[in-house]
Design a protein around this ligand. Structure first.
Ligand code: ATP
Ligand code: LTN
Length: 334
């Protein structure tokens, strides 16, 4: 009998071009884990509807994100890569789980508080309910492990709470998942405001490096990144948040440890250091950008990956959804 591998589920919103924060905090770990796990990676387009989008642009970004998943090294033959809205079970399970989630716990979510402050003109019910859709994504696939950045820890906690609450009433319906959050790189900070997280939907493009930024833009953004008035490349997140953030980026891009990075730049100024950080980012991104461009020109291939991924995901998701419907007392369709 084939050995049963534990299962991974994770996803990214097509809310903009992904940043090196998304790459370091999430995708690079997905690539590393793909042989040990049966992995399912989703483009969570329904989540992206919680803010306003230009429809054609949202479609383009979702397709581009799929091309980036592959360009970053996720093999469509080894992993299930699919678009959330292609598998209706996500929305269907969300409705049921809504009825097992409390307003109080949703109102404590920091992402909700931050996003409703940023989009005060559009605090919609979807934004509030966002974590329940995420819980549905994960619980539908009987997921063991969820590789995410630090900002998603709270959402994983509520996913576990909702799953456990449901299981306490109906028996073991859902596998309760664990978070996988990397020790280094789980929270890459904004380049100009190192107290805030780097975010792809930041309105100031100089705060992030997009994975598709051209080389001169990447070098310029690194050069302009905020540091401090000392001239010492030393890791100290409290007193030197800008420099420490650049050190983390460099360490993750080169595979070096932080102490090694400190030693490498001992006695060197910020100019040399920033140049090296920029170059390390370029070295990783150049081949990704080439593959992305090639894949974006091959619509038929991307369609085929999307269709295959959705069919495989659908099969797995249906099984859980049917079990849930039966447990809560809905009549099976005759
Ligand atoms: P948005 O700006 O639209 O909220 P985002 O850039 O915060 O987007 P998400 O789509 O919410 O990105 O996140 C995708 C994955 O990347 C998640 O696992 C998240 O934890 C991770 N991630 C996001 N930002 C960072 C960051 N700055 N550092 C490390 N990981 C990150
Ligand atoms: N909420 C996440 C994206 C996301 C996700 C998921 C991550 C949606 N569904 C399931 C892991 C597992 C975010 O905003 N980064």
């Amino acid at each position: 009998m084939a050995e049963h591998k534990p299962r991974i589920f994770s996803g990214i919103q097509p809310s903009g071009n992904i940043t090196i924060g998304n790459y370091i905090g999430a995708i690079s770990n997905w690539v590393r884990l793909q042989d040990e796990y049966e992995s399912i990676y989703c483009i969570v387009d329904l989540h992206a509807l919680t803010v306003r989008n230009e429809p054609a642009e949202l479609r383009r970004r979702a397709r581009s994100l799929l091309a980036l998943y592959i360009a970053c090294g996720l093999d469509p033959a080894k992993n299930i890569l699919f678009v959330q809205s292609h598998v209706p079970a996500h929305a269907e399970l969300t409705w049921v789980l809504n009825c097992y989630t409390y307003m109080g716990e949703l109102s404590r979510m920091t992402q909700y508080k931050e996003k409703s402050a940023r989009h005060s003109e559009n605090i919609n019910a979807g934004l509030f309910d966002y974590p329940v859709l995420m819980a549905s994504d994960i619980l539908l696939y009987q997921t063991d492990l969820v590789p995410i950045g630090e900002d998603q820890r709270q959402h994983l906690e509520i996913t576990r709470d909702i799953g456990e609450r449901f299981n306490n009433v109906y028996g073991d319906v859902f596998k309760i998942p664990e978070a996988y959050i990397p020790k280094v790189g789980a929270r890459i900070m904004s380049l100009l405001e190192p107290a805030a997280k780097m975010s792809k939907s930041d309105e100031n493009v100089n705060n992030f490096i997009s994975i598709l930024d051209p080389p001169d833009v990447i070098m310029r953004k690194c050069r302009r990144a905020v540091t401090d008035s000392e001239a010492e490349v030393r890791f100290d997140e409290t007193n030197k948040p800008g420099v420490s953030n650049l050190m983390t980026i460099y360490a993750c891009m080169t595979g070096k440890g932080i102490p090694e990075v400190e030693k490498e730049f001992d006695g060197k100024g910020y100019g040399d250091f920033k140049q090296a950080v920029g170059q390390s980012v370029l070295d990783i991104l150049a081949p990704i950008q080439d593959t992305h461009a090639r894949l974006m020109a091959d619509k038929a291939y991307l369609d085929q990956v999307m269709a295959g991924g959705a069919a495989r995901a659908e099969g797995l998701a249906r099984r859980t959804l049917q079990k849930v419907y039966k447990k809560v007392g809905l009549i099976p369709r005759p």
